[in-house]
Design a protein around this ligand. Structure first.
Ligand code: ZN
Length: 342
């Protein structure tokens, strides 16, 4: 399916979602902007013409980012799409690629500097690549290096002789060359920004699944503020849970117990060439006080051994479908009649 068609389909799904909410609420009489939907980040309203507008059109948003295995699943406005992409989406990719490299996982690579006595503290630029089968390839080319340091580095190799009589592995016998060096771990990751890109992925997944009902929930204001201003520390506490939930909970869930941790729990995989990382992020629920979730995660899960029995409900994943327009308010009913009674 081409992008234009995909945008039109998503526009229709989310605009119908909003129309149902509008027609069945007080908005009915005082909202007259025509058939359309909201950008979940800036909350500006867009109509069909905005799909192809010259200024700030609606765009396909890959969530999670395409580089981490995400698909185009929702629409955001061009400004939000490129602002966030620019500021934070790349951070999580950098962070995960560094984790891959630090664990020497297959298909990962590290750009670094090698140091030994010959390099005078300056270091030679090098690339370490770990191949599919785990083999290491090290590339130190002349192009990216000062020729003098490059030469000195290779001149620092020492010759060694291993007699076949005294070693177990006969293939290592004879003369061999040896270069000693150290290198720094890569650390380009900005952990704070990387964590905000996780928050954004989770928030947009909740929107994808729940539609406008979720973004009109006033508890989510703080999430949007944090995504729009990643450089500010608006949410000070952790918003992730390090517990490894099972695969059948991938998607949007509800933590029902303990009460203090009641929240929307979004679980997703991010895929690099080397590995897959399962991430669990909490977002505020619909009740009064649910916006305190992040203080509670810190107080409950980051103290002592941090262990709690957490009850997770998968009603949203198993029952709720945004295309099922007539059932749009079922979530609110479920929340009031079940989640709040726990
Ligand atoms: Zn926007």
């Amino acid at each position: 399916m081409n992008n234009k068609k995909r945008k039109e389909i998503l526009f229709k799904i989310y605009s119908e979602n909003f129309k149902f909410i509008k027609d069945n609420s007080s908005l009915k009489d005082n909202f007259d902007k025509g058939f359309g939907c909201f950008c979940p980040i800036c909350l500006n309203y867009f109509v069909k013409e905005d799909l192809e507008a010259k200024v700030n059109p609606l765009t396909l948003e890959h969530n999670p980012p395409q580089s981490l295995g995400g698909k185009s699943s929702i629409l955001t406005c061009k400004k939000c799409n490129s602002d966030a992409g620019h500021k934070i989406d790349n951070e999580i990719l950098t962070a995960l690629l560094e984790i891959d490299a630090l664990h020497f996982k297959p298909n990962s690579e590290i750009k670094t500097q090698f140091y030994n006595e010959s390099t005078d503290g300056k270091g030679v630029n090098a690339k370490i690549k770990i191949e599919e089968d785990g083999k290491f390839l090290i590339n130190i080319d002349t192009k990216n290096n000062n020729p003098k340091i490059h030469k000195k580095f290779f001149d620092s190799e020492v010759q060694e002789y291993n007699s076949p009589l005294f070693i177990n592995d006969i293939s290592k016998s004879g003369w061999s060359k040896k270069l000693n060096f150290t290198f720094d771990k890569p650390n380009k990751t900005n952990e704070r920004l990387a964590s905000i890109s996780l928050l954004k992925i989770a928030y947009l997944m909740a929107f994808e699944k729940l539609g406008h009902l979720y973004i009109f929930n006033k508890n989510t204001e703080i999430i949007r503020e944090q995504i729009k201003h990643p450089e500010k520390e608006i949410i000070k506490n952790p918003f992730w849970i390090t517990y490894q939930f099972p695969d059948n909970l991938l998607g949007v869930n509800i933590i029902t117990k303990p009460r203090e941790l009641r929240s929307i729990l979004v679980i997703f995989n991010l895929k690099t060439k080397s590995d897959s990382y399962k991430i669990s992020i909490c977002l505020p629920g619909f009740s009064e006080g649910d916006e305190k979730i992040y203080e509670n995660i810190k107080d409950i899960l980051c103290q002592g051994n941090g262990f709690q029995n957490i009850e997770v409900n998968n009603y949203i994943n198993s029952e709720y479908n945004i295309k099922d327009i007539e059932k749009t308010f079922r979530l609110v009913q479920f929340w009031e009649s079940f989640v709040e009674k726990q």
